[in-house]
Design a protein around this ligand. Structure first.
Ligand SMILES: [Zn+2]
Length: 227
């Protein structure tokens, strides 16, 4: 990671603080966040009633804010490169992405705090959510294994137990599929093909059509059945 901008010349923090109007500013944190979010120093000076943008630069230099600001743009550019195949990379798209990233990352803390787990190629809040959800579901399913026999809950537990029973799976091999394969073998005409596909569909095996429910793209207040 390069640090050429704020480590080249060392600034005495004590001396800086004595003369810095940003350090003494009551909205200092907000002001620093604006800088890291790529708001222009001139605009910041105006927003927070500072005499000029030079004081913003001096403060940012003394406190190493340039590095945080750069980290946001670097991370945003990585995302842009990652997505370059899917979206039109125009100058305005790049600027929007950088600004959006800077907003999300705030004062650079997410990047500072977060380490990519060694078993993952990428990581983020949605991965975190998915992991937590997986753990919760695992616990629910394990508990379902000892639910009252015959209940819906117990059925989940039993299905899971049967998935995990490798010994029995090895023993049975493909035999449980035989009746279904026989039905497939019995297909001889377009009519029997359609009838078989229909029967399979009712048992949850997808065929020619896919049926699902999602938001109506024209009216997010309701759901629609999609083919
Ligand atoms: Zn300062």
């Amino acid at each position: 990671m390069s640090r050429e901008c704020n480590s080249g010349a060392t600034v005495s923090l004590g001396r800086h603080k004595r003369t810095c109007s940003v350090c003494r500013h009551p909205q200092r944190a907000e002001l620093e966040a604006a800088f890291i979010d790529w708001r222009s120093p001139a605009a910041i000076a105006e927003d927070y009633g500072l005499t000029d943008r030079a004081s913003v630069y001096r403060h940012a230099h003394a406190l190493g804010l340039f590095e945080k600001r750069r980290r946001n743009i670097r991370a945003a550019l990585e995302r842009i490169i990652e997505k370059a195949g899917d979206v039109d990379v125009t100058a305005s798209a790049v600027v929007s992405a950088v600004q959006a990233y800077a907003k999300i990352n705030g004062a650079g803390e997410w990047i500072d705090r977060t380490e990519i787990p060694s078993d993952k190629a990428r990581y983020g809040s949605f991965y975190l959510l998915a992991e937590e959800a997986e753990k919760a579901v695992h616990k629910i399913i394990e508990e379902a294994a000892s639910a009252e026999p015959g209940t819906e809950e117990r059925k989940f537990g039993d299905v899971y137990a049967s998935f995990m029973d490798e010994k029995r799976i090895e023993q049975l091999g493909a035999r449980p599929l035989k009746p279904l394969l026989n039905e497939v073998d019995a297909i001889a005409t377009p009519e029997t093909l359609l009838a078989t596909a229909g029967r399979f569909e009712r048992r949850g095996m997808s065929g020619f059509f896919q049926l699902f429910i999602d938001n109506d793209p024209g009216d997010p207040e309701r759901y629609l059945v999609f083919f």
